[in-house]
Design a protein around this ligand. Structure first.
Ligand code: SAM
Length: 287
């Protein structure tokens, strides 16, 4: 690339329009083109902020790969191209990462206008240890990968951050309570920077049922405190029972559910069977 253009990642508000920084506005206005996750959504933001936006290019999860050549051609022609998502930092649980990688490989200049992003905002609000924290984003909705990710984060000693949809937040909190113990502290943020902002912190036990699947609305980010050695404790028979029941409901065979519960909680299969009680032990699905 002889005359490299520049790809600029621009953070946009996660709720409050006033959080669009003056430098973000200036960069957006001076760009040759802006890649937007949703051109209508961003077009509205720009017009409300009084930004005379240049050409808008649609770049979302389903067309990102096919847009890359077009954007690289603009960068090769020496253009400055901005990249935004619907909210927060592009390429963070949002499209843009593949374009960013391709721009690096093509030798383009890259820069960033940092700004709003739900994860660091929530970590800062949590008051949990934040020298190190793990961004988990959205967990897979179901299946083995979800179970493995949940097991790993429940065993982690550092603070974890999760994004979740309102329909699934209650289920996620109960899974975390089961795996981490009900006393593990959690911060739940809903609608950060918006009119109905809610910031709640407490033990997982008290979070259960607060945001039921049927009525919960808005955007959620969760911060889970790390499991320090002082919190490590063996799972109770009741917790093992609940965990196996949930795994069976998810469609696992009894044998696999016992194996999985043992792995997740660091107990032996024998202990899990003991927790299930004599009736279940006598079932046709042996150890
Ligand atoms: N790129 C964004 C960022 O930097 O935070 C994240 C985009 S991701 C598709 C959207 C998710 O982020 C939401 O489902 C929610 O979990 C979280 N989120 C975004 N805005 C939020 C807000 N105002 N309050 C709470 N969570 C928010």
């Amino acid at each position: 690339m002889t005359d490299p253009g520049e790809l600029v990642l621009v953070a946009t508000p996660i709720g409050n329009r006033a959080d669009l920084s003056p430098r973000a506005a200036q960069v957006l206005e001076s760009a040759g083109a802006i890649c937007c996750e949703d051109t209508r959504h961003s077009g509205l933001l720009f017009s409300r902020a009084g930004i005379k936006a240049p050409r808008l290019i649609s770049l979302h999860a389903h067309n990102e790969a096919s847009r890359i050549d077009e954007v690289l051609a603009l960068l090769r022609a020496g253009e400055r191209v901005a990249l935004v998502s619907d909210a927060g930092m592009p390429a963070i649980s949002d499209p843009g990462g593949r374009l960013v990688a391709a721009a690096h490989e093509a030798g383009a200049r890259l820069s960033v206008v940092p700004g709003p992003s739900a994860a660091p905002a929530a970590v800062a609000l949590s008051g949990f240890l934040s020298d190190r924290w793990c961004f988990e984003g959205f967990l897979p909705p179901r299946g083995r990968e979800r179970r493995q990710r949940l097991a790993a984060l429940s065993a982690s000693s550092i603070t974890s951050v999760l994004y979740e949809s309102p329909r699934r937040v209650d289920r996620l909190l109960s899974e975390l309570a089961l795996l981490c113990g009900e006393e593990r502290p959690v911060l739940v943020c809903r609608e950060l920077t918006k009119l109905h902002e809610e910031v709640w912190r407490g033990p997982l036990r008290e979070s259960l049922g607060r945001w039921p699947e049927e009525t919960a609305r808005g955007e959620f980010v969760l911060v889970l405190a790390g499991g320090g050695p002082e919190r490590a404790r063996p799972a109770s028979a009741e917790e093992l029972n609940l965990l196996v029941t949930r795994l069976l409901e998810e469609g696992m065979s009894r044998r696999d559910a016992v194996e999985e519960a043992a792995q997740r909680t660091g107990t032996s299969r024998r202990q899990v069977y003991e927790a299930l009680g004599p009736a279940r032990k006598a079932s046709s699905d042996p150890l």
